[in-house]
Design a protein around this ligand. Structure first.
Ligand code: ADP
Ligand code: SF4
Length: 677
């Protein structure tokens, strides 16, 4: 197939030291929540990216030694022969599809508490771990010598495992960043003081890695183009570091100082391509290829970066998770098939929780090995008919997968617009990209003649029975509760004036209360803070009350919590933590301290309850109850009407139901990735 000429340059081969990438699509190192713990899962997931056309596929942060252990997050490791064998499986699968394999060698320094290995963590000086009440050990010269040996040994193991690109990693706050830091590095020897001294360790590792493996492997460096913050490494110093090291690595992989606020920020706060201004100068300082990220999903944006001389390689972590086949789709002129990342950071959150990553847009992410799911291929079905009630993310995902499996699919929704919660939520400020979940699936469905979508069609149990399809999927979603029931209140609140009580569903449908508004957040994710910011911007006097310790507490895992709290404070929202709302009379809300039980009143004409959601499963129950048996009716409920959860869960549920339809029950649904003695 001919590549569209304007995208041709994205498929130019790029030389990186002794190796050559087949194109400019570069999956930069990204966490997977698999690492050393799930080697089959990891190998298949990375292999899938190579199959999807990425020119380079890298590991996540890969520990060089047991003194760098990030338990409970499943980091990669190259400590011994076992690790070599496991990562060789990944490199093999990446090579099998014609891509280069990269490994990001890493030492966590003071950042890691070494929960598993129980070795003291090592730092440029003794300082507290980010998460545990322990400090690191100040490194003396013998520790530095040992570190260099560990790095060298890990580089050799990386080559043995088959990697083509080996990283030195002086950024993101880990050990080598500590050495670079003006404020943390208080050494008086040749590793402290001047910039040349602070950069010495990184330089030595680069030189030693190159000397040991550089004949066959490229040596890359990952570095923040604008430094690590003025107290540590200013933007001017970062420029000097690049000047000092410019030609030493074979590749510059550029990031920026503000990890959560910019580099890994969600679409709520930062648009595509936001790193451009900070990284664009680097190509002027080095002749070596430069890669950087920007949540790129638009091939035009990618081409512009290359043409403008900003990047040689288009780096991607999240876009490659949402669509492992993004390069192939561009090459084949199928850009409308790209499953664009929505920038929600649910992938990152699950790594943070110590679990394998998952993706809102790509339900097959992490399931390549254990379920054998392919992001682009589904097995043919038996050709029967399926009725799906509800065209939210669960219903739409099921409809397009079943359509591709050859079923005759009817999907009906009571609303005039498809998309369910995604359509509603994407109307909220900052969540517009979430509509991509709907739009990708609608785009697929439109081209499937065997899938019919009916809007404005509220179906009753009688309608569903009359339809007489072979299979029925109920995807009728969930509604936010109006009675306060949630984590804190196990029973509905009695004392609620009906007038003035709103839920997120009301706000998403256009309710805009003014005056004094109290928002009760017992949900702890994005919904309540997004509503608080929306109303505060429209001049309501907002009090945000949460049972958690901070605003949008769970969004800590998506990297959004700090920005969430910052923005609410800047908007003048009063934040009351550690409190529940336990009553509202139309004039004021009653607040109770969750620790002391002390009560106080807060003037409020409106109370917005963001507590929990009630599954809308009445239709499902009505359909199964008279018949008495669920399987006999071939009826299933999927998504939020079964388990109110994240959009990612709804998409996954729709996908699973659609893939599994007609699968012989004796076949085990998933394999387990674990060591067996
Ligand atoms: P999920 O996240 O599980 O996909 P959503 O809440 O996003 O669920 O979507 C559920 C959709 O189901 C909504 O668009 C709603 O209009 C639709 N729906 C609910 N009950 C019925 C029904 N009885 N007939 C048709 N559509 C329904
Ligand atoms: Fe993008 Fe969200 Fe998928 Fe992560 S989980 S890749 S941010 S769509």
């Amino acid at each position: 197939m001919r590549i569209e000429s304007r995208y041709q340059l994205l498929f130019d081969a790029v030389r990186i030291g002794p190796v050559t990438a087949r194109n400019r699509f570069y999956q930069v190192p990204h966490c997977s929540g698999m690492g050393h713990a799930l080697p089959h899962t990891l190998a298949a997931m990375r292999g899938m990216k190579a199959e999807g056309g990425w020119g380079v596929v890298c590991t996540e942060y890969c520990s060089i030694h047991a003194s760098s252990d990030d338990q409970p997050h499943p980091f990669a490791s190259l400590w011994d022969a076992g690790d070599v064998a496991n990562l060789a499986a990944m490199a093999e699968q990446v090579h099998a599809h014609g891509a280069l394999a990269g490994v990001e060698l890493w030492h966590g320094g003071s950042y890691v508490p070494n929960l598993a290995s129980r070795l003291p963590s090592l730092g440029v000086r003794s300082m507290p771990s980010r998460t545990e009440p322990v400090q690191s050990q100040r490194m003396d010269r013998s520790d530095i010598r040992a570190l260099r040996q560990w790095h060298l040994a890990a580089a050799r193991r990386a080559r043995e495992a088959g990697f083509d690109i080996i990283y030195v990693y002086p950024t993101h706050g880990y050990l080598l960043s500590e050495f670079l830091s003006r404020s943390l590095n208080d050494r008086t020897d040749e590793y402290g003081g001047s910039l040349e001294n602070r950069v010495r360790l990184a330089r030595e590792l680069l030189e030693e890695t190159r000397a040991a493996v550089g004949d066959r492997c490229a040596v890359a460096v990952r570095f923040a183009a604008d430094g690590h913050g003025d107290g540590h490494l200013s933007a001017a110093e970062a420029r000097d570091v690049i000047g000092l090291l410019g030609e030493l690595p074979d590749l510059w992989d550029l990031v920026v100082a503000d990890y959560y606020g910019e580099e890994m920020a969600t679409s709520r706060f930062v648009p595509e391509g936001s790193l451009e201004e900070k990284v664009r100068y680097v190509k002027g300082l080095t002749s070596k290829p430069v890669v950087s990220v920007g949540r790129f999903t638009s091939p035009d944006a990618m081409v512009r970066q290359v043409r403008a001389g900003i990047l040689d390689l288009i780096g991607a972590a999240r876009p490659s998770i949402a669509d492992p086949f993004l390069p192939t789709k561009i090459r084949e002129g199928r850009t409308e098939d790209i499953r664009e990342c929505i920038g929600c950071n649910v992938c990152y959150a699950y790594n943070y929780r110590g679990a394998a990553i998952r993706c809102t847009q790509n339900p097959t992410m992490g399931e390549e090995w254990r379920r054998g799911w392919h992001p682009e291929r589904v097995p043919a079905g038996d050709g029967g008919s399926v009725l799906i009630v509800g065209a939210g993310p669960a219903g739409l995902e099921a409809a397009h997968v079943l359509g591709k499996r050859g079923y005759s699919v009817t999907i009906a929704d009571a609303a005039q617009q498809p998309g369910g919660r995604v359509t509603l939520e994407s109307r909220l400020p900052g969540l517009a990209e979430w509509a991509r979940v709907r739009d990708y699936r609608l785009g697929q469905i439109r081209r499937l003649p065997n899938v019919s979508l009916y809007l404005g069609s509220m179906l009753s149990a009688a309608d569903v029975r009359e339809f007489a399809s072979d299979h029925i999927l109920i995807a009728t979603g969930a509604r936010w509760r109006r009675d306060g029931l949630g984590r804190w209140h196990a029973s509905p609140l009695d004392e609620l004036a009906a007038d003035g009580v709103l839920t997120p569903d009301d706000i998403m449908r256009g309710a805009r209360p003014t005056g004094r508004v109290t928002i009760f957040d017992d949900d702890h994710y994005y919904m309540a803070p997004v509503i608080a910011a929306l109303l505060a911007r429209q001049d309501a006097a907002v009090t945000y009350v949460t049972t958690a310790g901070r605003a949008g507490e769970w969004s800590h895992f998506t990297g959004e919590q700090e920005r969430t709290q910052h923005d609410l404070l800047e908007l003048g929202v009063e934040i009351v933590v550690g409190h529940a709302v336990d009553g509202f009379d139309g004039q004021s809300a009653s607040l109770v301290c969750i620790y002391t039980g002390r009560q106080r009143r807060q003037a409020a004409g409106t109370l917005v309850l963001v507590t929990s959601r009630e599954p809308q499963d009445a239709l499902y129950r009505e359909l199964i109850e008279p018949a008495g048996s669920e399987p006999a009716l071939r009826i299933q409920r999927i998504g939020d009407c079964r388990q109110p959860a994240l959009i990612a869960h709804a998409v996954y549920a729709g996908h699973e139901a659609a893939r599994e339809l007609g699968r012989p029950p004796e076949q085990p649904p998933l394999r387990r990735d674990r060591a067996v003695i």
